[in-house]
Design a protein around this ligand. Structure first.
Ligand SMILES: *[C@@H]1O[C@H](CO)[C@@H](O)[C@H](O)[C@H]1NC(C)=O
Ligand SMILES: *[C@@H]1O[C@H](CO)[C@@H](O)[C@H](O)[C@H]1NC(C)=O
Ligand SMILES: [Zn+2]
Length: 313
C-alpha cells in the first residue's frame, strides 16, 4: 500500500484568463494518478513562466526557456549515476518485497538523514506557490515551511519572494510533482536540478530540504538528492486537507480542526502536512495555525540545522 496520496496541483494556465487546472489525485487509483499526468494539456510552459532564465543557467544548459513537465536531464559532474543503489523503478503502490530499499511511501521507512518530526507541533505547506499563498502569509503569525513545485516557482516568482521576504523557509518539492521512485535515475536528477535552478533563479538560494511528492522516496532517490546536499523531509501528521477538494468533498474543514485539536490536546508534537495550493486548504491552514497556537518551528529549526545550502544575495 502507498503510505498516502496527496493533491497535486500544477498551475498550468489553460486560457488567457489565467484559469488554473487543479489535478487532485488523492482519492483515485494509482492508474488514474498516472493517467491524470498524461491528460494534462500540452501547454507552452515558457509562456507561463515569469522568472527569466538567467544567463548562468542558459550558459550551462544551452536552454533559454524553462522546460515543461518532463524536464531534460542535464549531466552534472558531481553526480555519478553508476554509483547509485540498484533499485529498479516502481510505480506508486507497487512495493518491493525487500524492505531494505527504505521506502517511506511503502513502509514508512525513515533513513538516518531524513527530517520527519519536530519538537513542537508545526505546520508545513506543499505544492505552491499558488495565487492563494498570499492569503496564507497574511493569516500566519509565525514562520513556517513551504515545499514548492519548480514549475509554480517560475510561474509565481513574486509570490515565491514574498514567502522568502517574510522569513519563511523554502524547500524543494520537485520540478513537476512526479512520483520519484517511478523515474529512472536521469529523470530523478532532472526533477531535482530544475526545481533547484527555479528556486535559485527566483530566490537566489539553494535548498537544503526537499519533500518527495506522495512521500515517494527510497534509498535511490535519497542518494541522488544527497548529491545536491539535500535531505528528505517527511511528516508525522497528515491533515488530508486536499480531500476538501475531491468531488464530492471527502473531508470537511471541521474534520481537520478536530484532528488538530486532538493532536494538540494529547500533547503530541511533530510536522503537520498541509497544502497552499487551494483556497480551501489555505483557509484551513490559517485556522489550524490558530488552533496549534504559539511555538511553531520551521523544518530547519525542528532539526537544528541550516535553512539553505547557499544564498546569493
Ligand atoms: C513557446 O513560447 C515562446 C515564447 O512566446 C516561443 O518563443 C516558442 O516558440 C513557443 N514554443 C512552442 C513550442 O510553441
Ligand atoms: C545560483 O545562482 C547564482 C547567481 O545568483 C549563480 O552564480 C550560481 O551558479 C547558481 N547556482 C546553482 C547551483 O544554481
Ligand atoms: Zn505535493
Amino acid at each position: 500500500m502507498r503510505a498516502d496520496t496527496f493533491p497535486f496541483i500544477l498551475t498550468l494556465g489553460l486560457s488567457r484568463l489565467g484559469s488554473t487546472l487543479a489535478v487532485p489525485t488523492g482519492s483515485q487509483s494509482d492508474t488514474l494518478i498516472r493517467s491524470s499526468f498524461t491528460e494534462l494539456p500540452s501547454v507552452n510552459i515558457s509562456m507561463m513562466a515569469s522568472t527569466p532564465v538567467p544567463k548562468w543557467l542558459s550558459d550551462f544548459t544551452g536552454l533559454t526557456e524553462w522546460p515543461g513537465a518532463d524536464p531534460p536531464y542535464i549531466p552534472l559532474d558531481f553526480i555519478d549515476l553508476k554509483s547509485l543503489p540498484n533499485i529498479p523503478p516502481r510505480a506508486p503502490g507497487v512495493c518491493p518485497p525487500d524492505r531494505s530499499t527504505c521506502s517511506f511511501d511503502c513502509f514508512k521507512c525513515i533513513s538516518f538523514d531524513d527530517a520527519y518530526t519536530c519538537p513542537t507541533l508545526s505546520q508545513t505547506f506543499d505544492d505552491g506557490p499558488s495565487p492563494y499563498t498570499p492569503k496564507l502569509l497574511a493569516g500566519l503569525n509565525h514562520k513556517t515551511t513551504f515545499f514548492t513545485i519548480g514549475m509554480n516557482v517560475v510561474r509565481y516568482p513574486e509570490i515565491y519572494n514574498q514567502i522568502k521576504n517574510q522569513g519563511h523557509l523554502l524547500g524543494c518539492h520537485t520540478w513537476s510533482h512526479k512520483f520519484l521512485p517511478e523515474l529512472n535515475n536521469e529523470d530523478i536528477v532532472a526533477q531535482l536540478q530544475w526545481s533547484i535552478w527555479a528556486m535559485n533563479a527566483t530566490g537566489s538560494h539553494l535548498p537544503k530540504w526537499y519533500r518527495p511528492p506522495y512521500g515517494g522516496v527510497d534509498d535511490r532517490v535519497r542518494q541522488i538528492a544527497r548529491a545536491f546536499g539535500m535531505q528528505a523531509v517527511l511528516w508525522d501528521h497528515d491533515s488530508f486537507d486536499w480531500k476538501m477538494e475531491t468531488s464530492p468533498p471527502s473531508r470537511t474543514a471541521d474534520d481537520i480542526y478536530s484532528d488538530v485539536r486532538r493532536w494538540k490536546d494529547s500533547g503530541v508534537n511533530g510536522l503537520i502536512l498541509e497544502h497552499d495550493a487551494y483556497l480551501s486548504t489555505v483557509n484551513s491552514g490559517i485556522e489550524v495555525s490558530k488552533i496549534v497556537g504559539a511555538g511553531q518551528m520551521t523544518v530547519a529549526q525542528c532539526v537544528d540545522s541550516i535553512d539553505y545550502i547557499n544564498t546569493f544575495d
